[in-house]
Write a protein that binds this ligand. Structure first.
Ligand SMILES: Cc1cc2nc3c(=O)[nH]c(=O)nc-3n(C[C@H](O)[C@H](O)[C@H](O)COP(=O)(O)O)c2cc1C
Length: 282
């Protein structure tokens, strides 16, 4: 499966949104504005056309699909993939991150939920087919005043710090943690370090940041290989990889890099498996 420059919808703007997006866990009961809902429904349809085996559904829902404080939100996006296919699940992760960033661009808040939602209610609400599964959902809504700063187990884990309503700090591992293979970070070109910084800000289940990137230099080309390392927890790795793919691709497009994207056949979704590669012209 290819994932081209054109598939990174609104990438120029989404690159700047990457540091601004964060998971919000308390919503007001205000439904999405007509403008936002129409835009996100259209965006979901456009993004879903990228892959034959994964899709996004944006819908107005009742609180039965959410648990806890997310229940206030009136809209959701659901991430669907062809059952039992880890590549399809990777694609659902890519679509999920595209819509999370696009929502953030509009000022619509999200939190990627891989658990903490009612699976059967969301299967029903999303019109999930018999050959499909829902891998996650997000509320789409607004937050108000101090709710942004509300501490939950998850936001503490993510280490959010806000100043004047802006996210200024979050917990992420150091760059070297993500560097895999024979080329040490000191030998990475500057643009590749910028790409790595964009990757590190991707969301991941329980903030485990399972991504590893190997950089291989050949004549006139640099290959980046994205895999998952020992994260101590294998939950939802293909989904996390999907988020990582989107961040890397958006950064490459923003930097004006020409690249070819490739997914090794038979992706298993297990630790260590390469999910995607980018051959980047120097
Ligand atoms: C695949 C996946 C599943 C997630 N599942 C949940 C969840 O069930 N509940 C929750 O509160 N957050 C969930 N998150 C959000 C992460 O906890 C969050 O992305 C991480 O802590 C980093 O924080 P940030 O998104 O604010 O950067 C999930 C994220 C991903 C990518």
């Amino acid at each position: 499966m290819d994932f081209t420059k054109d598939d990174c919808i609104n990438s120029e703007e989404l690159y700047d949104i990457i540091p601004k997006r964060f998971s919000s866990r308390k919503y007001t009961s205000t439904p999405l504005t007509e403008e936002h809902s129409t835009h996100l429904v259209d965006f979901a349809a456009k993004a879903s056309a990228i892959f034959p085996d994964a899709r996004l559904v944006v819908k107005e829902v009742d609180k039965s699909v959410f648990k806890m404080k997310f229940a206030q939100a009136k809209w959701m996006a659901a991430f669907l993939f062809k059952k039992d296919d880890q590549t399809a699940r990777l694609h659902a992760g890519m679509l999920a991150e595209l819509i999370l960033l696009e929502a953030a661009r509009l000022g619509v808040h999200t939190v990627w939920l891989g658990g903490l939602f009612d699976l059967s209610a969301s299967v029903k609400a999303s019109g999930c087919g018999d050959d499909e599964a829902v891998t996650g959902i997000t509320p789409l809504g607004y937050v108000e005043g101090r709710s942004i700063f509300e501490k939950t187990t998850f936001s503490v884990m993510a280490g959010h710090k806000f100043k004047n309503g802006e996210l200024v700090k979050r917990k992420r591992k150091d760059r070297t943690f993500f560097v895999h293979g024979a080329t040490p970070l000191a030998d990475w070109p500057e643009w590749a370090v910028t790409v790595l910084d964009a990757l590190i800000l991707a969301p991941s289940a329980i903030n485990k940041q399972p991504w590893r990137v190997e950089l291989v230099k050949t004549d006139g080309e640099v290959t980046l290989k994205l895999s998952s390392g020992k994260a101590g927890n294998t939950t939802l790795i293909p989904d996390d990889m999907g988020a990582g793919v989107v961040h890397i691709s958006i950064a490459l497009v923003k930097l004006g890099k020409t690249f070819e994207y490739e997914e090794p056949a038979g992706y298993t979704g297990v630790q260590g498996a390469v999910a995607a590669e980018w051959r980047v012209k120097e």
